[in-house]
Design a binder for this molecule. Sequence first.
Ligand SMILES: [Ca+2]
Ligand SMILES: [Ca+2]
Length: 105
Amino acid sequence: MIRISGVASLLMIMLAMVFAVSLPAHAGEPVEKAASIQTFDDCASFNTDLNGDGAIDVADLLAVKKCIHDGCSDSAYDVDGDGAVNEADADIVLKCIELRRTQRQ
Ligand SMILES: [Ca+2]
Ligand SMILES: [Ca+2]
């Protein structure tokens, strides 16, 4: 029994390592920027209200996603202000939508 559980824990560790390596689907920087947002207040330092209706919601996420899909370079959709419109910007909007929902703001 001890030997079996030893093999089982080794398998668990190997699985954990595989997941740890494979989970970050995005390239480094985009994840780091979104990860730096801890509370909804942190969203205020980003341009997340893309349609200017005063709320951060799925409409804003769709707007930035559409811009990324269309390959637009409109600075209005540059959420983090780094000069490019890409998944990093979408990640920030998504994070803020999630925070808004969980923190009820
Ligand atoms: Ca909005
Ligand atoms: Ca950007």
